[in-house]
Design a protein around this ligand. Structure first.
Ligand SMILES: C[S@@+](CC[C@H](N)C(=O)[O-])C[C@H]1O[C@@H](n2cnc3c(N)ncnc32)[C@H](O)[C@@H]1O
Length: 350
């Protein structure tokens, strides 16, 4: 007779209803190796599984970069490593890819995932670094044949409520790409005057209700009421926008919340400054004929990339640049709605 096993099987996480809703409950998605079929089904539905990121414009990037075996390149925004893996396939044999990211939480996971897939230190050098320090890479690698930067945040960062990037789920109002350095958005908000906050919402995200939203946030903080969570910030925006006609209100709250979170994220991570430093250092980092592709997700990023590329072209530093940005195909946007605002610009060093 079969003996009962003494070690009980681990019980799965319980959730209410038929589908897991919170990030932590999505245990199948968070273990893609173990539940590959479920992950495929989620991807087919046009959703991004928890803890994963769908790389955007992969074909367009590879077509432009024209990577050949033996080259040396940089993935300036490693993220989940999707673009990185595709570039590595083109590089071998003999090539080397440097890959960096500022996120100390996701980077080790990506390193392990790529190592498991067979991309070891001989072909792939991963470092935690801000792309504004791109000169440190060329000190190690020499001039680069190609550079890719896929700006902004990954789906792993957005979807994890602990990171505080999304107003859709409640979590600490953090918004740092590197939570081990600097101040979370909640602390940063406390240091701002109303005027400064209004300017920031207008300049970083063109928020049309920046005046009344900034007044409501600062009034709440000055009454010592908490603005510590993503939900609390979303509620302030929602309460402030009762002035919007009822039929437009829900959509306006959603759009304004997106813009306010984006504006804060840009500020907390100093995103425009580091992008400009990266763009300033790019020509020195590239070899002659070297290629760079940059994916941006909002007008503040795209404007800066366009301005620098046009300047380099006028000065003869770049021999060719994109006259119009490349956009993801309508099929890609349908399959992955997070791709809808993407613009890809490219340049070739003279
Ligand atoms: C859109 S994701 C990249 C996804 C990646 N291309 C893929 O295929 O998985 C953007 C990544 O860039 C990182 N990042 C943002 N700003 C950065 C910076 N200044 N320096 C280095 N990494 C940065 C973020 O932490 C995030 O992991």
């Amino acid at each position: 007779m079969e003996q009962p096993s003494s070690s009980k099987p681990a019980r799965r996480i319980r959730y209410q209803g038929t589908h897991p809703k919170s990030f932590k409950e999505k245990y199948k998605e968070l273990q893609p190796e173990k539940y590959a079929e479920d992950v495929v089904k989620i991807l087919q539905k046009g959703a991004t599984p928890a803890g994963m990121h769908r790389s955007i414009c992969v074909d367009e990037i590879l077509e432009f970069l024209q990577i050949i075996p033996g080259q040396t390149g940089l993935d300036a925004t490693l993220g989940y490593g999707g673009h990185c893996m595709e570039m590595l396939k083109k590089l071998s044999p003999g090539g080397k890819l440097y890959a960096i990211d500022v996120d100390p939480l996701e980077l080790p996971k990506t390193r392990e995932r790529l190592a498991t897939l067979g991309f070891g230190e001989d072909v792939l050098v991963i470092q935690k670094m801000n792309f504004s320090d791109i000169h440190l890479i060329t000190q190690q690698a020499g001039a680069l044949d190609f550079v890719l930067a896929d700006l902004g945040v990954s789906s792993m960062q957005i979807d994890n409520p602990e990171r505080g990037f999304s107003f859709k789920t409640d979590g600490p109002l953090d918004l740092r790409l590197n939570p081990k350095s600097g101040k979370p958005a909640s602390a940063f908000l406390k240091s701002l005057s109303q005027k400064k906050l209004q300017n920031l919402l207008e300049e970083n995200a063109d928020e049309p209700y920046a005046g009344i939203i900034s007044k409501a946030i600062v009034a709440r903080i000055s009454k010592k009421l908490p603005v510590e969570t993503t939900g609390q910030l979303k509620d302030i925006i929602k309460e402030t926008l009762v002035v919007v006609p009822k039929e437009e209100r829900l959509e306006t709250i959603k759009k304004s919340s997106q813009r306010c979170f984006q504006a804060l994220r840009i500020e907390v991570n100093n995103e425009f400054d580091v992008l400009e430093k990266f763009l300033e250092k790019l020509p020195d980092a590239l070899s002659s004929g070297g290629r760079v592709a940059i994916l941006s997700f909002h007008s503040g990023e795209d404007r800066r990339v366009k301005k620098y590329f046009q300047h380099y072209f006028r000065e003869g530093i770049f021999s060719e640049i994109a006259t119009e940005p490349i956009r993801p195909s309508s099929k890609e946007i349908y399959d992955n709605p997070r791709a809808r605002s993407t613009k890809m610009r490219w340049g070739v060093k003279a």
